[in-house]
Design a protein around this ligand. Sequence first.
Ligand SMILES: Cc1cc2nc3c(=O)[nH]c(=O)nc-3n(C[C@H](O)[C@H](O)[C@H](O)COP(=O)(O)O)c2cc1C
Length: 175
Amino acid sequence: MSSSILVAYATRSGSTAEVSESIVAALREAGLWADLVPVSKIESLQGTTDLILGAPLYIGKFPRDFHQFLAHQRSAIAKMRTWCFVLGPTRREPADFDAARKQAEQQFTHYPWLHLAGLQIFGGRWDASLLPFPFSLARRLPFNPLAKVPGEDIRDSTAIHDWSLAIAGQIKHAA
Ligand SMILES: Cc1cc2nc3c(=O)[nH]c(=O)nc-3n(C[C@H](O)[C@H](O)[C@H](O)COP(=O)(O)O)c2cc1C
């Protein structure tokens, strides 16, 4: 059976979208074509055989549109092979990665029907100037508590590339 691959992501300040683009590029390098669509724009998953989901963590949770997508597309997704990558930690501390994994696993307890073929945590980006609403409101405070937090981008292009190629291998093996 030929595969039809979709990378579907939620993002609030853009970093998960950029990682999703890198995954599509790596799959292409491996000879696989994948569509790239934000979850909020997906109406139907007809024809998709392999799904790669991406979501960031905000205060321990996935964005609302990501949850809505999983709930609405449950019957279609349950039939697909599905991987998920999660952006979270913005410091290279193993404890932060462990905490993000626990948060992601907790979020997926809402979907016991979803059996992921892989769950990967990637480092994320912290940039106080790109904070999504309502966190962006902090900038209006007379004393902005976030102003002094230095920007950080610990997205690891090698880890993202390797993970994508590993998935490409699994998809090709099953084809
Ligand atoms: C207000 C705020 C809360 C966050 N909460 C968490 C969290 O609970 N756990 C975590 O691992 N990362 C957390 N992060 C880090 C984000 O997941 C990270 O910045 C990610 O790259 C954002 O993705 P996006 O640019 O696609 O929205 C938080 C970031 C912000 C700005």
